[in-house]
Write a protein that binds this ligand. Structure first.
Ligand code: SF4
Ligand code: SF4
Length: 188
């Protein structure tokens, strides 16, 4: 299960592709250092392999950070909300950034839902990424707003769900086994 060597190779490829995706959509993206809203509202589904990898980084953290994270975890377990701040977020920074799962790597881009419809990053409702082309009433991408705002590039929807990424032919070729996918809370 802990096939981190191949998983890390796969992450390198994925990160290169994601960098191109973010660059392509940069007109619509306003992520800035210090913004951590996407880690403050969610359920962060990930696979067993991704969680094991995240924990590998956690194990290297200093005791103070570990203490903060463990307190966050205890609070989360006690309150048990559906949507929550990720316990690995400390001082508005991801404490396990290099080992974060797929779902976090794709934060902020326009993806698709299980039916193939555009899925906006949640911060589009807060005036952030893609907000100028988000039709709130129809909960959909508005081509009229793309034109109205004089965007040069048409927005593209990328297929970046866990299901899509974990079933890529390359993943199979590399022999990567992700294991069960669950919400972060259910791994803790
Ligand atoms: S693992 Fe890191 S990037 Fe992902 S939600 Fe938690 S703090 Fe944010
Ligand atoms: S995706 Fe949205 S919430 Fe997350 S850092 Fe970017 S602007 Fe902020």
């Amino acid at each position: 299960m802990n096939n981190f060597e191949n998983y890390e190779k796969f992450l390198e490829i994925l990160d290169e592709d994601l960098a191109k995706i973010f660059d392509y959509q940069k007109e619509y993206i306003c992520c800035q250092k210090g913004c951590s809203l996407c880690c403050e509202r969610g359920d962060y589904p990930m696979s067993q392999l991704e969680f094991n990898y995240l924990k590998e980084e956690y194990n290297k953290l200093d005791d103070n950070l570990k203490k903060q994270i463990n307190e966050n975890i205890e609070k989360l377990k006690k309150e048990n909300p559906d949507s929550y701040t990720c316990p690995y977020l400390t001082d508005h920074k991801c404490s396990v950034y290099s080992h974060r799962p797929f779902v976090c790597r794709a934060f902020g881009v326009l993806t698709e839902d299980s039916k193939g419809n555009p899925s906006f990053p949640f911060c589009s409702t807060l005036g952030l990424n893609f907000s100028k082309i988000y039709d709130k009433e129809k909960n959909h991408l508005s081509f009229a707003l793309v034109k109205q705002n004089n965007y040069k590039i048409f927005p593209r929807i990328f297929r970046l769900s866990n299901k899509v990424l974990m079933n890529l032919p390359l993943v199979k070729e590399m022999g990567i086994e992700f294991g069960e996918v669950k919400k972060l809370k259910d791994f803790l």
